[in-house]
Design a protein around this ligand. Structure first.
Ligand code: PMP
Length: 402
């Protein structure tokens, strides 16, 4: 089948000059395979289809190896620098500038790096902008919007502007399927539904400020920032390690936020303090910054969009050409280019698929418990070759088990 792992050799760079402790030289913790790591194989990487935390660009991981030891020749690693010192000033300023360059973000918007994952945003948004006297619109397109709705209800009125549960979350609504509330304070939607594998082709039309949870497709394609009042994304799919959240928010929305909130829950406070109200997730911000540089080196969002479409097509073709052996979960016009969901219709066969794929160095293909079946998450950093290998495996598996 031509299956192969893609090599990833940890190597010591000249910028790394460890004196005593061996750092990431490709050795296992004890220098060789140990009882704790019986299968440890120096340098080996496999195809990681995890939905998140997910594969990161190898170039970024290599750079991080160096910078954990010694960043900018400062003699100190990135995780050990003061968040108020000149080295971290440079890291965060570059991250913001590169983020702005990637998505053409104007000065009307703040770029913030916050904590607590996207889930904290589910609460912070209504905490700042919703009240018992007002209503926000939430098209419900899957588990993550359902969770966002639950949090919003703690603070004010929610209009479920589209109820995807009635259609098993197999598609996202067109504009005329969304019932907007006149005078809504905002509309919140999720651009890519990680669990069901559905994705909006474009942002929904909205009469109120539009807020997007882009956790699982941020910067996977060009994005019209100006159609949004706010875009946020937990980092662990397309941007970096979990915990840190990118928030892009129009300044006039920030100013409308409720006053008198506990300081960590006020966007205005975070903006005033340049994302350093307290000790920020410094390593996460550094990693996001490195991923931003990687995106720019790739040629930007249009290049990534094309590459992601090509990657997804390889797998969708294997589904569509299987003569019904594989069934796609998402309606074809809403298919995600980030999370490809499918099943055989037979739970035992799905299990066999996942375990045999694992033997071919493909990990993370088990679907979310709510959707079942299989899910191939193929974010920006996931290699085209991995999609090719999976598609080939799918064809072989269907032939052997159909
Ligand atoms: N929104 C979406 C679309 C997600 O996929 C996830 C996580 N998988 C979340 C929100 C929640 O993110 P976190 O775990 O960072 O809170």
């Amino acid at each position: 089948m031509g299956l192969q792992t893609h090599g990833f050799n940890f190597r010591k760079s000249s910028a790394m000059t460890p004196t005593t402790t061996p750092v990431a030289t490709g050795a296992s913790p004890s220098g060789s395979a140990s009882a704790a790591f019986p299968n440890f194989s120096p340098g080996k990487r496999i195809f990681n289809f995890s939905a998140g935390p997910a594969a990161l660009p190898e170039e970024v991981l290599r750079q991080a190896q160096q910078d954990i030891w010694n960043i900018f020749d400062s003699g100190i690693g990135i995780m050990e620098h003061s968040h108020r010192g000149p080295v971290f000033d440079r890291v965060i300023e570059e991250a913001k500038a590169d983020c702005r360059a990637i998505a053409n973000i104007s000065d009307d918007y703040e770029v913030l790096f916050l904590q607590g994952g996207a889930t904290t945003q589910f609460a912070m948004i209504p905490m700042n902008f919703l009240s018992p006297e007002t209503t926000a619109d939430y098209p419900d397109t899957g588990v993550w919007t359902t969770k966002a709705i639950k949090e919003a209800k703690l603070f004010g009125n929610v209009n479920v502007a589209f109820d995807g549960s009635k259609v098993g979350y197999t598609y996202v609504p067109s504009d005329d399927e969304i019932t907007q509330t006149p005078g809504a304070v905002y509309m919140h939607y999720c651009s890519n539904n990680t669990i069901y594998g559905t994705q909006y082709n474009q942002p929904p039309a909205s009469n109120s400020p539009l807020i997007c949870d882009a956790s699982s497709d941020i910067f996977s394609r060009p994005i019209d920032i100006n159609r949004h009042a706010m875009i946020y994304a937990g980092a662990q799919k397309n941007l970096g390690p979990s915990g840190v959240v990118l928030v892009i928010m129009r300044k006039d929305l920030i100013e409308k936020g409720r006053t008198g909130l506990a300081s960590m829950f006020s966007y205005a406070n975070h903006a005033k303090n340049d994302s350093r109200l307290n000790t920020p997730p410094a390593f996460g911000i550094y990693m996001m910054g490195q991923v931003f540089k990687w995106i720019l080196r790739q040629g930007g969002l249009a290049v990534l969009e094309k590459r992601n479409a090509e990657k997804a097509k390889l797998i969708y073709d294997a589904i569509d050409e299987s003569g019904g052996f594989y069934k796609g979960v998402a309606r074809p016009d809403c298919r995600s280019h980030m999370n490809v969901t499918f099943r055989t219709g037979n739970d035992e066969l799905d299990k066999k698929f996942i375990s045999e794929a694992a033997k071919h160095d493909m990990d993370g293909l088990k679907g979310h418990r709510n959707a079942g079946g299989m899910r191939a998450s193929i974010y920006n950093a996931f290699p085209l070759e991995g999609c090719r290998v999976l598609a080939e495996f799918m064809r072989d598996f269907a032939k052997a088990n159909g």
